[in-house]
Design a protein around this ligand. Structure first.
Ligand code: 4NP
Length: 155
């Protein structure tokens, strides 16, 4: 079982979308027994709040439920609890390293670094562009899952 934590600034837009999109991929491919995922924020701005309505609506358009997810802030303990901590943009990674007191095991990564076109995922909270965010997240989740399931050594 591999445990993955998706992380963004507020945990109401990008990382809950990543969690829901990745879980949907696992369900559709019969991989739910091999991976577990969750999401969290680097800030406490939105703690306890539900997924932002435009993010929820975009997921719904994709046929994916955001469930009853509420925002949580990541903690230092998450570093040992998860195998990968996946941020949406470079700025998230710096905050994640600060919260975790560094990254001695190289677990803190950026989602689109698994894609053919490494880049940040712009924050739709500021851009208003939930379609681009969801497409970028989908691309990253596909690339991440492909990397994690590649090769013969599947557990
Ligand atoms: P997210 O977007 O990091 O993709 O969840 C944000 C949502 C809320 C805030 C910042 C980013 N905020 O500062 O309240």
């Amino acid at each position: 079982m591999q445990r993955i934590l998706f992380v963004c600034l507020g945990n109401i837009c990008r990382s809950p979308m990543a969690e829901s999109i990745f879980r949907d991929m696992l369900e559709k491919r019969g991989l739910t027994d091999r991976f577990e995922c969750a999401s969290a924020a680097t800030s406490d701005e939105e703690t306890g709040n539900p997924v932002y309505p435009p993010a929820r609506a975009r997921l719904r358009e994709m046929g994916i439920s955001a469930g009853n997810k509420r925002a949580v802030t990541m903690t230092r303990d998450d570093y040992s609890r998860y195998d990968l901590l996946v941020g949406m943009e470079t700025r998230n990674l710096a905050a994640m390293r600060r919260i975790c007191g560094g990254d001695p095991q190289g677990k803190i990564r950026r989602l689109l670094d698994w894609s053919d076109r490494p880049r940040d995922i712009a924050d739709p909270w500021y851009t208003g562009d939930f379609r681009t965010a969801s497409a970028d997240i989908e691309e990253g989740c596909e690339a991440l899952l492909a990397a994690l399931t590649a090769g013969a050594a599947q557990r």
